[in-house]
Write a protein that binds this ligand. Structure first.
Ligand code: PLP
Length: 384
């Protein structure tokens, strides 16, 4: 359910699935910790709740919020982004099916496909997903069952054309899945652009405070949704009540946070672009970025992640270890700024593969601190 007056994105973020508690009027819906529910006679369930793995009101509230924000009919929340990806892939694929994966995606997605689903008979091919012609050729050569698109991609911020890829997928009978973790629905709405499914690591911007791990699948197709829902129940990778509640709370401020992240990231990108120690800046908001025009069309802001190449791997490692306000840590999307060295941290599992990240690259998750403090920190770290 959605509060009738909530229509715009920021209003939905605050209100969708968040009606005051019916029995007490509590404005903030309570966290329901109970693992089991009283039955009014055998099978007499109140509002369908039976057992915590199959359903929980706090999780329902989060799922309603996620569905509203992505403009999808169904949303499912999971214990992590990878648990969400796994449930979707197992719901959509059978042994013998093949996935066409962008060659610049989160390393864990590659690992899940190559090392978990691969041995069960799921095939994997990679392609430069931001090169629509290359995707068209790869699909024509052998139609895959599923196209996995991450845009902007992690960590090189490549931009893929969601509408064009959705069209290619539709013609080939392939499901088009978009990992919307970097952009979030505040900046990009893949279902409206024609994608079939959106997945998230809600651990990142949706949670927004680096204090809860989670994932989500949002989609419109009823039959596929029933399969994903069945796996959520039958395998059990659900989000716990407290995790669901924290994610819900984070989402309420998503709109304002994404604006601030984008503003700060634009300043950081402009500062780094002009810096003598920097070889290259990857940020879709920069006019020089090859995906800039496409990003301006399909996104309403350019997001909070900036990657940068220094002159050598050694310089990149030194820079990543020298910041003070930017904390050296995995993950991204929290209010605090983080710095990550992908080759040895987030993307270590794809070293030596098509998805390997150049050793000169450092990824910055630009937080919502004061711009002047962020730039001063980067300047001192580049001088070390
Ligand atoms: N997708 C992207 C783009 C990510 O960056 C991550 C994690 O870093 C994931 C998915 C996996 O999510 P989780 O770590 O919540 O399992």
């Amino acid at each position: 359910m959605t509060t009738p007056a909530a229509r715009g994105f920021a209003s939905l973020a605050v209100h969708a699935g968040q009606e005051p508690d019916e029995s007490t009027g509590a404005v903030i819906p309570p966290v329901h910790f109970s693992t089991t529910y009283a039955q009014d006679g055998i099978g007499g369930l109140r509002q369908g709740y039976e057992y915590g793995r199959s359903g929980n009101p706090t999780r329902t509230a989060l799922q309603a919020q996620l569905a509203a924000l992505e403009g999808g009919a169904h949303a499912f929340s999971f214990a992590s982004g990878l648990a969400a990806e796994d449930a979707l892939l197992r719901a959509a694929l059978q042994p013998g099916d093949e996935v066409l994966l962008g060659n610049d995606v989160y390393g864990g997605t590659y690992r899940l496909l190559a090392r978990v689903l691969g041995p069960w008979g799921v095939g994997l091919r990679t392609v430069a997903m931001s090169d629509t012609d290359a995707v068209r050729a790869a699909v024509a050569a052998a139609p895959p069952r599923l196209l996995w698109v991450e845009t902007p991609s992690n960590p090189l911020l490549r931009i893929s054309d969601i509408a064009a890829l959705a069209e290619i997928g539709r013609e080939a009978g392939a499901l088009v899945v978009v990992d919307n973790t970097f952009a979030t629905p505040a900046l990009q709405q893949p279902l409206a652009l024609g994608a079939d499914v959106v997945v998230h690591s809600t651990t990142k911007y949706l949670g927004g405070h680096s204090d809860v791990v989670g994932g989500a699948v949002v989609l419109n197709d009823d039959a596929l949704a029933a399969e994903v829902g069945f796996l959520q129940f039958a395998v059990g990778g659900v989000s716990g009540p407290m995790d669901a509640w924290l994610t819900t709370r984070g989402i309420k401020t998503l709109d304002v946070r994404m604006r601030r992240h984008s503003e700060n990231a634009a300043s950081v990108a402009a500062f780094l672009e002009g810096h003598e120690r920097v070889a290259r800046v990857y940020y879709p908001g920069l006019a020089a970025h090859p995906g800039h025009e496409l990003a301006a069309r399909q996104m309403s802001g350019f997001g909070g992640i900036v990657s940068v190449a220094l002159e050598s791997g050694e310089a990149a490692r030194r820079f990543a270890e020298s910041t003070r306000l930017f904390t050296l840590a995995e993950s991204l999307g929290g209010v605090e700024s983080l710095v990550n060295y992908p080759d040895a941290m987030t993307h270590a599992s794809v070293r030596g593969t098509d998805a390997a990240v150049p050793v000169e690259v450092v990824r910055l998750s630009v937080g919502i601190e004061d711009e002047a403090d962020l730039l001063a920190d980067l300047e001192q770290a580049l001088q070390v």
